[in-house]
Design a protein around this ligand. Structure first.
Ligand code: PEP
Ligand code: MG
Length: 574
């Protein structure tokens, strides 16, 4: 059986399927007859016992594979389950109101959560997150919903899921998960971006795939073509094993360029830097010859945990990356961009109709300035150790930029008063990912040190096509002339003001887009680490003169497919 989806991370993977279950928990209220109350309570106690037993197992596995600190999260969960106030209230409700165990778990949990929400205390907030987790575990046992979790993966598998959240993806063990397939998602959903940076072949947006694959079935993931093959014949397995070998050989060949400069044949130096989510990614970036970091997505530091990271913890992470790149290579740290597809359960953000148009990134930071200030302090402190630049995400108006800068100035004064060193001339730029800013780039250029074009969002907002929705992925067009005109306008405005322009959206690492962007005058390309060497190989063969001619020609066209095939043809003729 063969299925087609969207290629999210190239490469090939073969192995047994591991299905990540994510069924919805639906709780229905029902009456329990008096004579059945004892057995209903027993059913609840059995679920409780099983939940504790499983959590002990997961805790031990986590302790061995990740570490003691991480395992402690599960100790907290076990303590909640063993708290007699909680379980006692549930059994009491089953008995006194003669209602089913699931309903009692839901009602009592909600009561506790309400109580917690009325207390303004970090510790209590963490307990609320624990309570939410364990109550859904209890409900799954009661309802008989399977609870396969990522921590249970012990052998090399192809992970098959309806969807993967960025925090699920952050927890993946890349030695165990060799390929990824999901029902939904687009090429620029954050899980796809992470799969690329972890170099795990992935295909997303494969309709109904979770329903079509059974656990353990043999699967081939063709991340390069966006294909998934289930239960393939022997000859297909051989074919894909060969493809895997030649893909690997090609990558080894590219490795020869690691220490080579990214210079065009007519002598133009192009900056090729990497996008990362954590200090480990930075090591991969160095190994792939990145000349710095063009986008450090700091939100991943805030995920897969129960509370906000402290200033000290953030400082250590930012400093570690900066030290890896030394004085002359830039590390662009982006302030927190939470929201959209990146959730933080412990921040208790309300569910939104349109999260990508909602309370995210700089909007949240300017509202919850305590979170913002802590991060800015950590970034400034790390700036004393290398060439850190700060970048704000999702800026829509000049006022937001000015307000963010005011918070930054206040934090600088604080550090000065505390005699804590930082780079007083740290450059500050913005992401250009909202069309309003691209249109107003001439005004913004006067008030920033640099721009970084975030095409992942800029495309979705320009085309009104959700970057996560495979049904409208045909509208998600990097080669649409509307987008190319916006990009040209941003570059021209910045250059007029003597400012540099980078691009850190996925388009920067697209080998067909690269000639156009180079021709339009883009200064810096920031991409997944695995794209750096292929991009370098291309830059070393493409003169700026030719790139300019390509850019000029495509600006006269209006069909994205025509533009794409024109560039491909030109590059073949080179
Ligand atoms: C972008 O929008 O292009 C970008 C780089 O930011 P993110 O993908 O994290 O939204
Ligand atoms: Mg963005």
């Amino acid at each position: 059986m063969e299925f087609t989806g969207i290629s999210a991370a190239s490469g090939y993977a073969l192995g047994p399927a591991f299905l990540l279950q994510d069924q919805q928990i639906i709780v229905i209220k029902s009456e329990v007859a008096k004579e059945n109350l004892d057995s209903e309570i027993q059913r609840f106690e059995e679920a409780l016992r099983k939940a504790v037993q499983d959590l002990e197992g997961i805790k031990e596995k986590t302790r061995q594979s990740i570490g003691t600190d991480e395992a402690e999260i599960f100790t907290a969960h076990i303590l909640v389950l063993q708290d007699p106030e909680y379980s006692g209230a549930i059994t009491e409700m089953i008995r006194s109101e003669e209602q089913n165990a699931e309903w009692a778990v839901r009602v009592i949990t909600d009561k506790f959560l309400e109580l917690f929400a009325s207390m303004d205390n970090d510790y209590i907030r963490e307990r609320a997150a624990d309570l939410r987790d364990v109550s859904s575990r209890l409900l799954r046992y009661l309802l008989g919903i399977s609870t396969q979790s990522l921590s249970e993966i012990t052998e090399k598998v192809i992970l098959v899921a309806y969807d993967l959240t960025p925090s699920d993806t952050a927890q993946l063990d890349r030695d165990k998960v060799v390929g990824i397939v999901t029902n939904i998602g687009g090429r620029t959903s954050h899980s796809a971006i992470m799969a690329r940076s972890m170099e795990i072949p992935a295909v997303v947006g494969v309709q109904d795939i979770v329903e079509k694959i059974k656990p353990g079935e043999f699967v081939i993931v063709d991340g390069s073509e966006g294909k998934v093959i289930v239960n393939p014949a022997e000859d297909l397995i051989d074919l894909y094993k060969n493809k895997q070998l030649s893909y690997e050989a090609q990558r080894q060949e590219l490795k020869k360029l690691v220490d080579q400069p990214s210079v065009t044949p007519d002598g133009v130096r192009v900056e090729l830097v990497a996008n990362i989510g954590n200090p480990q990614d930075a090591l991969v970036a160095v190994a792939n010859g990145a000349e710095g970091i063009g986008l450090y997505r700091t939100e991943f530091l805030y995920m897969g945990r129960q509370e906000l990271p402290s200033e000290e913890e953030q400082f250590e992470a930012y400093k570690a990356v900066t030290l890896m790149f030394g004085e002359e290579h830039p590390v662009v740290i982006r302030s927190l961009d939470i929201g959209g597809d990146k959730e933080l359960p412990y921040l208790e953000m309300p569910k939104e109709m349109n999260p990508f148009l909602g309370y995210r990134a700089i909007r949240l930071c300017l509202d919850q300035t305590d979170i913002f200030r802590t991060q800015l302090r950590a970034i400034l402190r790390a700036s004393a150790f290398g060439n850190i630049k700060l970048m704000y995400p999702m800026i829509a108006t000049l006022e937001e930029l000015r307000e963010a800068n005011m918070v930054l100035e206040a934090v600088k004064l604080e550090l000065l008063a505390e005699k804590i060193p930082f780079n007083k001339d740290m450059e500050v730029g913005i992401m250009v990912e909202i069309p309003a800013v691209a249109v107003m780039a001439d005004r913004f250029a006067k008030e920033v040190d640099f721009f970084s074009i975030g095409t992942n969002d800029l495309i979705q907002y320009t085309m009104a096509a959700d970057r996560m929705n495979e049904k409208v992925s045909y509208l998600y067009q990097p080669f649409n002339l509307a987008l190319l005109r916006l990009i040209k306008g941003v570059i021209d405005s910045a250059h007029k003001a003597g400012k540099r322009v980078a691009m850190c959206g996925e388009m920067a690492g697209d080998l067909t887009a690269l000639p156009i962007l180079l021709g339009l005058g883009l200064d810096e390309f920031s991409m997944s680490a695995s794209s750096v060497l292929p991009a370098r190989a291309l830059v070393r063969q493409l003169s700026r003169k030719k790139a300019r001619a390509i850019a000029a020609a495509v600006l006269e066209m209006d069909n994205p497919l025509e533009i794409e095939s024109f560039v491909k043809q030109e590059m073949q003729d080179k």
